[in-house]
Design a binder for this molecule. Structure first.
Ligand code: TXA
Ligand code: MG
Length: 358
């Protein structure tokens, strides 16, 4: 299959190109499109065959359901049942935007779209191209991130093509995404509501709107947790990983810099091609085959925007080991740390630890 690349300006989207993409969606085909968080791979959420194709193209396990994207809040009424009161407030405040809400699902939704669960994940993206595509398609669009399963999520059309060229019908290219990490997933079927995945809407912002909201243990895990307790199927699959093995160093800043230097020395001596993922404030301290900065520690939104692109860049550099600095778990830093820890397979090194790591 040839993948059609359709370039569209995100400020003034060319409706004729988006209609070409919408035609594909209506016919049960697959179209990658930009959102404010990452690129999604879209299919008609109410067409079971199309959704099945989606799983195949991504090589995604069938037990991990995609998020269903809408262009108007009232579409939630069709897709979900027993929508709780606090949902209205959340949608009013954060939609369109990077907040995914989990509801009880309605019967119109095919089972494959929700991976057999009795719940459904819904969000309204804050992106002109995405919203126009959904409207023109005339259906809710199921869209996981447009990467091969396990790889870092795509923040540009180039990333999408790297993973999926020839496996999907089209990609709408509107340049790099602005948030850079995926949406926050909030489960509204439990009381109090629980964040299953930290993302583009900070936990602090949810606490301002909800009297009571919790972070799931999976969202802040420092090691792999027993899976039978997980309500979010995506938690159990390895994620966000570049080809190199990744480790995350966490702790107080100066101790962290010393530990990164020590580990870089050890792995270099062992014959590894070492990549270091630091920040503007620290990269001057490091020597290694490849040293990259995520941005400034004082701008965690900027760090989030750069994260997946830089993880992919390490692949192009052919490094065998990536040593990454941790960042503070506040604001968008919580989502960044969740992704880094998962990318490392929970290989977390405490900056104060003295034991040998090799
Ligand atoms: O920002 C985003 O959310 C992007 C863009 C494209 O919108 N999408 C995205 O989709 O990240 P995906 O499929 O890569 O991640 C969806 C997450 C997975 O962790 C999945 O397990 C969870 O949402 N999820 C989906 N349906 C669920 C449900 N019914 N209950 C709990 N978790 C669910
Ligand atoms: Mg994904």
């Amino acid at each position: 299959m040839k993948t059609l690349v359709l370039r569209v300006d995100s400020q003034k989207p060319d409706a004729t190109k988006i209609r070409v993409a919408a035609d594909f969606v209506r016919k049960g085909r697959l179209v990658a499109f930009p959102t404010e968080t990452v690129y999604g791979l879209g299919a008609d959420a109410l067409n079971a065959k199309a959704v099945l194709r989606l799983f195949e193209a991504k090589k995604r396990p069938l037990d991990n359901p995609p998020i269903v994207h809408v262009c108007e809040a009232r579409q939630v009424r069709e897709l979900a049942e027993g929508v709780p009161k606090n949902a209205e407030r959340l949608m009013g405040k954060f939609w369109p935007g990077p907040l995914t809400l989990i509801f009880r699902r309605s019967d119109v939704v095919p089972s494959v779209t929700v991976a057999g669960l009795d719940t459904i994940a819904v969000r309204m993206p804050k992106h002109n191209v995405a919203l126009t595509l959904i409207r023109e398609s005339g259906c809710p669009i199921a869209a996981p991130s447009a990467n091969l399963a396990g790889r870092p999520s795509p923040t540009s059309a180039q990333h999408v093509l790297k993973d999926l060229d020839g496996r999907i019908d089209a990609v709408l290219d509107s340049g790099p995404t602005s948030v850079g990490v995926e949406s926050t997933v909030l489960d509204l079927t439990v009381d109090p509501p629980e964040v299953l995945r930290p993302g583009g809407i900070p936990f602090e912002a949810l606490k301002e709107v909800l009297e009571n909201v919790k972070l799931s243990p999976f969202a802040v895990a420092e090691r792999a947790l027993p899976l039978e307790k997980s309500r979010s199927p995506g938690m159990k699959h390895r994620h966000y990983a570049p080809k190199a093995s990744v480790m995350v160093v966490e702790g107080e800043l100066s101790a962290m810099v010393e530990k990164v230097k020590e580990l870089a020395g050890l792995y270099t001596k062992r014959g590894d091609r070492v990549g270091i993922l630091g920040t503007d404030e620290t990269v001057g301290n490091y020597t290694a085959s490849v040293v990259k900065s995520l941005g400034s520690r004082s701008d965690l939104a900027g760090v989030a925007r750069n994260l997946f692109r830089i993880l992919r860049e390490f692949d192009d550099e052919g490094v065998s080991v990536v040593i990454a600095e941790g960042v503070p778990s506040e604001g968008l830093g919580l989502a960044v740390m969740n992704r880094l820890r998962k990318a490392s397979g929970y290989h977390i090194v405490r900056a104060s630890d003295c034991e040998k790591h090799l």
